[in-house]
Design a protein around this ligand. Structure first.
Ligand code: AFD
Ligand code: MN
Ligand code: MN
Length: 398
């Protein structure tokens, strides 16, 4: 593994120690597609089981101490948020981002903060403000906002009026943030809306975030881009604008496919991460970015898929750290395009797995997290424990 000039393996290890990934509670529970749900015996059904799975992932990787929670899915009526945080703490975890849910209640069919009915807009805003209180009680410092708002037909909505309602509401959300809490505004080009989505791209998200206030940033979900989009260009631009708040990491072939990181285009994640590493080297500090995973696998075993994504993200970030940015700059200075590109390709070609195995072993972690997880028998025990209960409560659990 060839190191850039002036960088030691210890430097890589120290930066990797700070490269933490947040796993999503919903990534451990049964989900599916709009064509059906495929149940897994070992899938989590309660917040306790989701936290247990997240702890299992953190246990074999050592880099996932935070768990993202979804308000309606994880805090059933009567759930005490501080008890959830305490349970996470007992497992060596912390609550990461809090994700309000203003997309599945029937009243949101024609929009939440952009609904023409002021009562629905008010209900959505109240839910988001309540979610801030919930975040305070779980010790979370990130409010992560995604809106399904959009329309399916031309003429269905007044696009500029919806924009104004959304901006007004986001400013009120920002005003309600306690000190130290940030809000991330996520964008998505389509789905579930199929004609226009009110926050459809990074520029709209940045405009809404800027207008909302100084602690609002953009959340880049790597699956939320149309085919061919240059995501690393967006990331570099947002870094330079001081507007990159974090990621929802997942891979895609066609749409918001939520596939495991690196399954389709590992080079894309490398190119995204090397923009971050380049900026950090120039600035001499870590960028305050929330590296969150957003996937809920329905074909692979959920927890194994989460482990694959975690390890793949570590591998691409490590490769990104191998880029000899000084050599690339020298090549650019002489218009040597071939060698400027070569600086990236050489780093991407490095097999970083032995280095990462040694890195983990030096920290008392298994060299191969997925293999260790399989050897542990965790999945079989979880299935044996959970399946009977699920069969009794899930009607279509065949
Ligand atoms: C869906 C949405 C979006 C959101 C996530 C969690 O597309 O990515 O962040 O659900 O609410 O994947
Ligand atoms: Mn997302
Ligand atoms: Mn998504």
């Amino acid at each position: 593994m060839k190191l850039p000039r002036g960088l030691s393996e210890q430097d890589l290890c120290r930066r990797l120690d700070r490269f933490e990934l947040e796993t999503p509670s919903w990534g451990y529970a049964d989900t599916g597609t709009r064509f059906g749900k495929f149940f897994q015996d070992a899938a989590a059904a309660t917040i306790e089981e989701k936290l247990a799975d997240a702890a299992a992932v953190h246990g074999v990787t050592g880099c996932c101490p935070r768990v993202a929670l979804h308000v309606l899915w994880d805090f059933a009526a009567g759930t005490d948020p501080s008890a959830v945080a305490a349970r996470a703490g007992a497992l060596g975890l912390r609550i990461g981002s809090i994700n309000p849910n203003v997309f599945q209640d029937q009243c949101y069919k024609l929009g939440s903060l952009t609904n023409r009915d002021a009562a629905v807009r008010g209900r959505a805003l109240d839910h988001i403000i309540e979610s801030i209180g919930l975040a305070q009680r779980t010790g979370s410092d990130v409010l992560s906002l995604w809106f399904a708002d959009g329309t399916n037909y031309p003429g269905q909505g007044h696009i500029r009026q919806r924009k104004r309602w959304l901006a007004e509401a986001l400013a009120r959300v920002h005003a309600a943030l306690p000190p130290g809490m940030a809000m991330l505004v996520e964008y998505k080009p389509f789905e579930p809306a199929f004609y226009h989505t009110d926050i459809a791209d990074w520029g709209m998200a940045a405009a809404f975030a800027r207008a909302a206030g100084p602690r609002a940033r953009v959340l880049v979900d790597t699956g939320h881009h149309l085919p061919g989009c240059n995501i690393e260009h967006i990331v570099a631009f947002l870094i330079d604008e001081g507007m990159l708040g974090g990621f929802h990491l997942n891979d895609r072939k066609y749409a918001d496919d939520d596939l495991t990181v690196g399954a389709i285009d590992p080079y894309q994640f490398f190119r995204v991460f090397q923009e971050i590493v380049l900026a950090e080297r120039e600035m001499g500090r870590d960028l305050p970015i929330a590296y969150m995973i957003d996937q809920s696998e329905s074909i692979k075993p959920k927890t194994e898929a989460m482990l694959e994504t975690v390890v793949a993200a570590q591998e691409q970030f490590t490769r990104a750290m191998l880029v000899d940015h000084a050599a690339a700059a020298e090549a650019r200075a002489r218009d040597d395009v071939v060698m400027a590109e070569r600086a990236l390709k050489d780093a991407f070609a490095a097999d970083v797995r032995p280095f990462l195995a040694d890195y983990r072993a030096a920290r008392g972690l298994p060299r191969d997290p997925l293999d260790a997880f399989r050897q542990s028998g965790y999945l079989a025990r979880a299935a044996a424990d959970r399946a009977p209960r699920k069969r009794n409560t899930t009607a279509s659990y065949a």
